[in-house]
Design a protein around this ligand. Sequence first.
Ligand code: MRU
Length: 327
Amino acid sequence: MHVEPIRWRGKALELLDQRLLPREVHYVACRDAHEVAVAIRDMIVRGAPAIGVSAAFGIALAAQRGDDVDAAAAELRASRPTAVNLMWALDRMQRARDAGGDLTAEAEAMFREDVEANKRIGRNGAMLLGESPTILTHCNAGALATAGYGTALGVIRAAVEAGKRVAVFADETRPYLQGARLTAWELKQEDIDVTLITDNMAGHFFQQGKFDAVIVGADRIAANGDTANKIGTYTVAVLAHAHGVPFYIAAPLSTIDVNCPTGASIPIEERSAAEVTSMNGVSIAPDGISVRHPAFDVTPARLISAIITDQGVLRKPYDESIRRVFS
Ligand code: MRU
């Protein structure tokens, strides 16, 4: 089955409700920018590139309806703070508007370009893998997190398409379970070999020499290569480093924030305590317990073996390779 997180219907944006997967495949129709902002905030749609493309369609809807486009952009911009693709997409829509462009056509172009970029990331990344690699991935950086094809899972798809025998281990990614609910589901749709583990099992399998590579996505990459991604990514990077396993980030250039000098300036979203203290609506912790819920962490550039982009594979020192790719 072809995984379609975002469907543009001309006067409405249909978003696959990722909160219900894998139990139910249900689309939510957004008819204005406010509904798109709510869908992003509540994680009906999630994943950095998917958030960016959805926000672009939100602006297109606002323009079509004759709503206040600046107010729409401000609400969308505030919906989630860490994934820079959101800001990147809104800035691009703003430039199209300033130039008197067709905002619907611009959003449609961003959708198409994201899928094309992911296919290039896939091809660039597949070349780094052996013939029968076992790969650990964290969170969901798949078709579901993008307009289609995926970034980290795009590399895996491209490797499979190239005839490699790929086995994937998916971290569950507590507390939102994107690995268990989304990555496991998405790969099973295409019969790609996937094994689900809980986050705290990763060290055990590294110790057993199970993994040939780690490939994850990114929500924001700073100008020096420091990378924010789903909470727990840093732990996996430390484990990969300790066990001599290559740790790759797969992301389009729209995820690189050249205005962010290092990871220290990346805003880290704190989400609700309820997502930690309950599962599927059932409480699993004492009432009133104090909770922290940073949704992302920052992996320092020194732990990253390469950044696989749509414009090639970036290597250390990242401040130089990133500067080059943007010049
Ligand atoms: O909180 P989420 O599910 O939006 O977080 C998503 C991630 O961290 C992904 O790994 C990242 O956005 C890369 S998506 C191609």
